[in-house]
Design a protein around this ligand. Structure first.
Ligand code: PLP
Length: 387
């Protein structure tokens, strides 16, 4: 069989199992409403939790930077150097998290695959939560360290794996999401940090979905729990409304990452405009106490409203609400029906979540109005044949 034919076959298999993904076409900016095929719909599926993706002051900072710094960074920073914008952004994010240094990456994905591979390698051991984000999983694999996957949010399982396998390693690293993106639950960071410390392992916490939303001034789950991980990964693509990411850690750790993380060393630095926009976004995030409160109130209203209608919405205190459906086709049919009613909710299928646990994932935004949240609940109420 020819190559093109084989590719077509792979696509047909995806389609047959209800797993073919087709992104919709959005016109105009991301906001609490977006325009799909000319029609405005409520957006309940973005990670733009605080509505900063289209924030005038942040856009103005980017515009000013275009005139000051130009559009590109010209090469990897190890070649053309660290621009003022990068240096200032790294200082601002290190400060924000109370770390001594930070390194800026072009995405959270790049930060995770680069950071883990920079810190551990063959002969070392990593301990990874079973439901960690794909970029953490890929980072562990790329590192070629020995990988031990512990049961989701289970300090007990982590402890027994550490006891069994820690002695082998030169270095050991425990890796976890702080707020799990598809379930909206947090990791037991106090217990995990205690174990990492007891076994002389480093702790890397990925705060992608938590930063900007949870913790004092939006500093995340670790800060809320009074835990100080060795490394915190923060992405700029979610609450910060931009793109890019940073890792905050000690000076020596960040120095090693800058020298060894292949996605940092062998990749063009993010545009300086992005770094300056990130500094502006950080200023907004820090003071966003009222928006954070609105966001979590919207989430609580949705959780209660959908449960009242009989939907399976697990407990949670975050802005992420999974509505468990089960089958892939059914999930996508409900998503399409909601879109017809003007509510954009994404269906999440394997391999993003486990087989048989396909779900609708709802994420309100701080900038939704209460009546828009009510409209979402009404749309669920009028679904034909919802379960
Ligand atoms: C989204 C996400 C990432 C990837 O970040 P990007 O900036 O979108 O590449 C990494 N880790 C977690 C936990 C995420 O949710």
């Amino acid at each position: 069989m020819g190559f093109e034919r084989q590719i077509e076959e792979a696509l047909s298999e995806l389609k047959a199992s209800g797993l073919l993904r087709k992104p919709l076409r959005i016109s105009g900016p991301q906001g609490p409403e977006v325009v799909i095929d000319g029609k405005p719909v409520l957006c309940l599926c973005s990670n733009n939790y605080l509505g900063l993706a289209n924030h005038p002051a942040i856009a103005a900072a980017a515009e000013a930077s275009l005139r000051l710094d130009g559009v590109g960074a010209a090469a990897s920073r190890l070649i053309t150097g660290t621009m003022d914008a990068h240096r200032e952004a790294e200082g601002a994010f290190a400060d924000f998290l109370g770390a001594s240094a930070a390194a800026l990456f072009s995405s959270g994905y790049a930060a995770n695959v680069g950071t883990i591979q920079a810190l551990v390698g063959p002969g070392d051991v990593v301990f990874s939560d079973a439901l960690n984000h794909a970029s953490l999983i890929d980072g562990c694999r790329l590192s070629r360290a020995e990988i031990h996957v512990y049961a989701h949010r289970s300090p007990g399982d982590l402890e027994s794996l550490l006891a069994q396998h820690r002695a082998k390693g030169g270095r050991a690293l425990v890796v976890t999401d702080s707020l799990f993106s598809m379930d909206g639950v947090t990791a037991p960071l106090v217990e995990i940090a205690r174990l990492a410390h007891a076994f002389d392992a480093g702790l890397l916490v990925d705060e992608a979905h938590a930063l900007g939303v949870l913790g004092p001034n939006g500093r995340g789950v670790a800060a809320a729990a009074g835990v100080k991980p060795d490394l915190v990964i923060g992405t700029l693509g979610k609450s910060f409304g931009l793109a890019g990411a940073f890792v905050a850690a000690s000076e020596p750790t960040v120095a090693l990452i800058r020298n060894r993380a292949r996605s940092f060393v062998y990749s063009t630095a993010p545009p300086p405009m992005l770094a300056r926009a990130a500094i502006a976004a950080l200023g907004v995030v820090r003071d966003a106490e009222d928006p954070r409160r609105s966001l979590l109130t919207h989430a609580a209203t949705l959780r209660a409203g959908l449960r009242d209608l009989g939907f399976d919405v697990p407990d949670g205190e975050s802005q992420i609400l999974p509505v468990l459906i089960g089958e892939n086709d059914r999930t996508m049919r409900l998503s399409a029906e909601l879109l017809d009613q003007g509510v954009f909710v994404q269906g999440i299928r394997p391999p993003t979540v486990a087989q048989g646990t396909a779900r609708l994932r709802l994420t309100p935004m701080a900038t939704h109005r209460p009546e828009q949240i009510d409209r979402v609940i009404n749309a669920f109420a009028s679904l034909r044949n919802p379960r």
